[in-house]
Design a protein around this ligand. Structure first.
Ligand SMILES: [Fe+2]
Ligand SMILES: [Fe+2]
Length: 481
């Protein structure tokens, strides 16, 4: 326990008092979850937070800490967060989102003795059962009268402009990193098929940038996974699988080094395909029996290719195992066939297996030659194919892509057509969308609408629609702004 708390404690952010306050806020918050109120480390962290608070509060009275669209504000001032602290903060923010909490205000007059109780109180928030009203009532009865909770709705309304701008910025940055990942993968594939030893430092870097995006705003990357019209889908498939795997990893609470290994393993999961004939990989027709026999060699070839072509370290070991195991399945009915049916399939391989199948089936560009809509794919995976996947992980993934994943096209009850930007945080049936057309035809300016807002209750998603049937080019729609 001490190791953990010490690790949290040594994380420092220099610079402005706001930054220090924010950092010490999340440090104490996280510690409060795991140790009791009398623990020395915890007391020290609370004291540190109180000192930072006084530094800021003495000038401005009340101090507010808010989160809006993945950005953090202390007293209306945006504070940049160091990446080391960010993943910790995000787990807190995810909880806040689930209960509709947008921030806290610490009113001048709050005393040092209140701080430890405050963090204990905050860390007892229960997503699923709590909401802001209930929490505020509990806060009152806990006699924490100098603290006020802000609902996400009021914070978002106050910062509407910022939220919008932040979303746009994230989407742009996500795009350039996503396409960079595709380029890096293209270089890797070339190196591996020429049997060169490849330098993976670029891949490791690009996986880290993808982790940053997934942590801050997973939808910005998930919408890009819906783009299918590449000449060669292989590279995009690897990156899509990496993005999806990371979203699952983040939900599981994996730490950064593990996320990096998971992303790395995911991006290389089909490395073995570089050793198969290109005609087979790109074959436009349905696979025949002979094709399948060939194709089923790729897991073993993958493990070998990775171990021969990549420097041996934890990343390449994870990747080799992922490549070898990602088609086996918990019931061991997949391939390669294992004589030992009791063998445990690694967690990363189980994650990759689910997200790989989802991308293959929804894209219609990997094994099967016809794309299946995401909702249908998830249904198939839950029912017909359930023995092939880890049920718990599949549930997590289903929760991420929701019923209307980012990047899908939907018909609204108002006869409007919209692109899903963010699958709804609390209600998957009410995503954040970009309306692109109505009965009269395409809108000259797309309209960004949050369907979870009460004023938008008239607009409901009726169903997913197939862009091709409407003569719409999905990638153009996604990349338009
Ligand atoms: Fe595969
Ligand atoms: Fe794959």
């Amino acid at each position: 326990m001490n190791i953990e708390t010490d690790q949290i404690q040594t994380r420092k952010l220099g610079g402005k008092p706001e930054q220090q306050l924010l950092n010490s806020f999340f440090v104490a918050y996280k510690t409060a979850r795991i140790i009791d109120e009398n623990n020395k480390t915890y007391i020290r962290q609370c004291k540190q937070f109180y000192e930072h608070l006084r530094q800021i509060g003495s000038e401005s009275g009340a101090v507010s800490i808010k989160t809006v669209a993945g950005r953090y504000f202390v007293n209306e001032q945006m504070v940049r967060f160091g990446d080391t602290g960010l993943s910790g903060a995000m787990s807190v923010v995810r909880e806040w989102k689930a209960v509709g909490l947008g921030g806290v205000v610490l009113i001048d007059g709050i005393e040092e003795k209140d701080i430890a109780r405050l963090f204990k109180f905050l860390s007892s928030v229960k997503p699923g059962t709590d909401n802001v009203e209930r929490l505020s009532a509990r806060l009152k009865s806990a006699d924490l009268t100098n603290v006020r909770l802000l609902s996400a709705r009021e914070v978002d309304a106050e910062h509407a402009g910022t939220a919008e701008e932040a979303r746009r910025e994230f989407r742009m940055a996500a795009r350039s990193n996503f396409f960079r990942a595709i380029n890096v993968m293209q270089e890797n594939v070339k190196g591996l098929s020429d049997s060169q030893e490849i330098n993976v430092s670029k891949t490791k870097r690009v996986v880290h940038t993808l982790i940053d995006h997934v942590i801050r705003d997973e939808s910005s990357l998930i919408e890009l996974t819906a783009i299918r019209d590449y000449d060669d889908y292989t590279y995009a498939h690897s990156v899509n699988v990496c993005v999806y795997a990371l979203t699952v990893g983040v939900r599981l609470g994996l730490d950064r080094p593990r996320l990096a290994q998971l992303g790395f393993a995911a991006i290389f999961h089909d490395a073995g395909k570089v050793k198969l004939p290109t005609d087979l990989i790109r074959k436009p027709d349905k696979f025949d029996e002979e094709d399948w026999i060939q194709m089923q060699r790729h897991p073993l070839l993958g493990a070998k290719t990775i171990l021969r072509g990549l420097k041996h370290d934890a990343h390449s070991a994870r990747a080799a195992r992922g490549a070898f195991e990602h088609h086996i399945g918990p019931d061991k009915s997949g391939y390669p066939h294992l004589p030992d049916r009791t063998r445990e399939i690694n967690l990363f391989s189980r994650i990759i297996s689910i997200v790989d199948s989802f991308d293959a089936l929804t894209s219609g560009r990997v094994y099967i030659k016809k794309a299946i809509p995401p909702d249908e794919v998830l249904r198939k995976m839950h029912f017909q194919m359930h023995a092939k996947f880890d049920a718990f992980l599949l549930k997590i993934f289903t929760d991420i892509v929701g019923i209307y994943p980012a990047g899908s096209l939907v018909l609204l009850s108002t006869d409007e057509v919209a692109l899903v930007l963010t699958s709804g945080e609390t209600d998957h049936t009410r995503p954040y969308v970009k309306i692109i057309g109505n009965q009269q035809g395409p809108l000259p300016e797309p309209q960004w609408v949050d369907l979870s807002l009460p004023e938008e209750y008239e607009r409901k998603v009726v169903r997913l629609i197939d862009p091709e049937r409407y003569g719409l080019n999905l990638s153009q729609l996604i990349l338009r702004d």
